[in-house]
Design a protein around this ligand. Sequence first.
Ligand code: ADP
Ligand code: MG
Length: 486
Amino acid sequence: MPSHEIRSAYEAVIGLEVHCQLQTRSKVFASDAVVFGSQPNTNISVITLGHPGTLPKLNRTAVEYAIRMGLACSCEISRYNIFDRKNYFYPDLPKGYQLTQDKTPICRKGSVTVRLKDGSHRDVIMNRIHLEEDAGKSIHLAGEPDTLVDYNRAGTALIEIVTEPVIRTSEEAAAYLTEIRKLVRYLDICDGNMEEGSMRCDANISIMPKGSKVLGTKVEVKNMNSIRNVQRAIDHEIDRQLNETEKGNAIFSETRTFDAGNGQTYSMRIKETMNDYRYFPEPDLAPLVVSEEWLESIRAAMPSLPQELHRRFVNDYGLPDYDAGVLTDSRETADYFEEVCRHTKNYKAASNWVMTAVKSVLNERNLHINDFPVGARELAGLISLVDSGKVNHTIASQKIFPLMIQHGKSAAAIAEENNLLLQSDGGILQTLINEVLLSNPEKVKEFKKGKKALLGMFMGEVMKRSGGKADPKLTTELLGKTLKEI
Ligand code: ADP
Ligand code: MG
């Protein structure tokens, strides 16, 4: 562990590169299908394999998806784009080069606002978002000496989202990744699944003396398959660099890999010299010009974004910041909540039901909210039933709600059929009150002598005898009257 002294003398600097696989039906420069789980090497046309004489053709939807993300992050959109060949040899790269955007990323600058645990906000400034193609996959089977390659993924559309070196802590990095994942899901351009590799993050990490204007040598860490692991890798890497510095050792520019098993990073390759990718413009693709009309049509089709919804939930529905955050976690949850609010004016109750009861059922059953058995209108019906005083909240959440999930019937029908409506028949309540008072003569005497706190005990007894269904208002009234009279 680095000493307290070195920790307080240095600060960390982090820049993230995030690759997101775009959910286009075909590849970015070829018509091969993009499907997960096909037999290896079945979605590979001669274009993907880079056979001589084949010509790439740009996928319009991939460009639109990249622009959507750029607009969501307030980037400048490049109107004139060229694609470049990035040349290198690797077995999973059948063409010997990757098509990417070197000098003209489709989106420049921009920022993403993240919210930290202490409630503060930070703007993470971005450098660029560019479009490129993915490589294939090398497969190392346990116990096999050979490496297998599957080119199905080669040529799949990716966007690479690059931040400036402005992130300061692993918590900020995790919050940024959470926000990026939320955005790509809202925009419906990528499933954001880090475990399956459709969203991948490389973390660049350096340390420098506090307040320095000169950045330290950066180390790039790869192979983290969850946001949590990115956070762990960054924490470990910062400590490692502090330790090395404390020992008087220099930090090398290198690429390291993260081992989730023990939480450590290991050197993969030292970057002794700058990689020379011999970038040059792809001669077989005409420059891509983004017209005003096209850009406007993409802008017009943008869905509501989480921040917008967050503001609306706070301003229009009067919800606390916390609720708005939970409800906008996914677009589907936000949609469901708003749908409930179309049928009830009790927005806070709607929020409470969605955040707690609904969410816990979804978690328990590993369900997506789109498959939640209780419709928004039915949930609103349950809220109205409570608000009208016909059932109490406990019965609503413990008895009626679970039955609604099972049977899909309306709350009112379930309450009626199962005899769960509040007991507001004065005659029946009076009988129960009389029973309670008669069986507690000593307590009644004490009450009469001034021990008014016993009222709660009498109430509780009546409630118990009614099976939790006594209308509390009417019961209090009748109980008070009876006690006065006897
Ligand atoms: P490279 O050419 O090595 O890919 P770039 O300048 O393109 O380097 O930056 C790649 C990523 O590394 C960016 O996210 C950037 O913010 C980050 N980065 C650059 N310099 C540093 C540094 N000194 N410390 C931490 N991150 C850095
Ligand atoms: Mg890089």
